[in-house]
Design a protein around this ligand. Sequence first.
Ligand code: 2IT
Length: 445
Amino acid sequence: MYDLESFIKELEAKNPSQPEFIESVREVLSSVIDVVNENPVYLKNKILERITEPDRVFSFKVEWENDDKEICVNKGYRVQFNNALGPYKGGLRFHSSVTLGTLKFLGFEQIFKNSLTGLPMGGGKGGSDFSARGKSDSEILRFCRSFMTELQKYIGPETDVPAGDIGVGAREIGYLYGQYKRLRSENTGVLTGKPLEFGGSLIRPEATGYGSMYFAYNMLKERGDSMEGKRIALSGFGNVAWGAAVKASEMGAKVVTLSGPDGYIIDEEGVNTQEKWAYMLYLRNTNNDVIEPYAKRFNCTFVKNRKPWEVPVDMAFPCAIQNELDLKDAKELIANGVKYVVETSNMGLTREAFNAFIEERIPTAPGKAANAGGVAVSGLEMSQNAMHLKWSKEEVDSKLKAIMEGIHHSCLEEGREDDGYVNYQKGANIAGFKKVADAMCLLGY
Ligand code: 2IT
């Protein structure tokens, strides 16, 4: 029998200075510990000890030359966490905050997220502490080449299939794939999120944001509510926030905030035109990592060095980075009458913030359910690559919708509490965990 606190204590001793990883394990285990304790097969198979240790971790040096002809050195990693359900699958994050602990947390989350999609994908994650901020396009190209020169030793279309994450979009995937092809002479689905010209899937750029809105649609439908007229706070302004803003507007809701490390903008007219969406993409490609220019361009308010959670809204969608919404922010949203929270970044809510929403019985979706659309369409890209064909936009979008509806259904099945409240965190964790744990039992140790 397991006790959560003693298990976490031992895990911390084995994995010192990895607070995000410990937090992500604590979240999953707090939902599944009873399930494990009541299942003699899981106990005998030592599932908790085995599922919290990555299969393997690669750490490598990335050397590249900047535009001043200086040699620069970054850290590179790939965490292959669990392949019980299929090839390791998960993104690459290039961001100054990246440590091994960050990637272990993301890799751990990815196991259960990928399981929830119903597609045959294991969990992995990789990246670097390299940041594109202030870098030129040729510096990014040289960095990507050097990163892939090392990474290519560990990946393959049936082994481990990386994709994008923060700081890695179609541009970086293109450069990484170019180097992979140069070194291996292979045209395979070794990366997803590829540009459309060479094996990319339609709807992959939109998939995380669209998927999150499809998940939200199901949450509201469950309560006889609809997206029409809802006021939404989004954080971030990158790929995920972009897809979310587009789909929210199509569904008749109004996105009133976007944010960056410099602060947030309030656009009372809504982030709801082609021009505004295109500007978000333009801002990302300038490599400056600031949102303030949006306010100047569209004549709206910029609030410096603050987070968007102080704006009264019906729905909040954190779309930027882990721990971006804390207890203070949660209290402010609750006081302002927020009705739904949809964690679209990975672990965007701190534990205290998540618990505050659950205590108030506010329907709150965890990232591993709500943001699974991205990796789901990556899975569909793998299928198309394996079959050497290309599906239409409509075909991919309808599959994405069905997958998000399926994930919502799994959350309902495992997450409904006695008072009728759907605890999406518990539901997603139990549903995602069971499939992986069962597979591990069947495979033997
Ligand atoms: O966090 C995520 O699910 C992603 N960054 C997408 C991973 C993928 O393999 O498409």
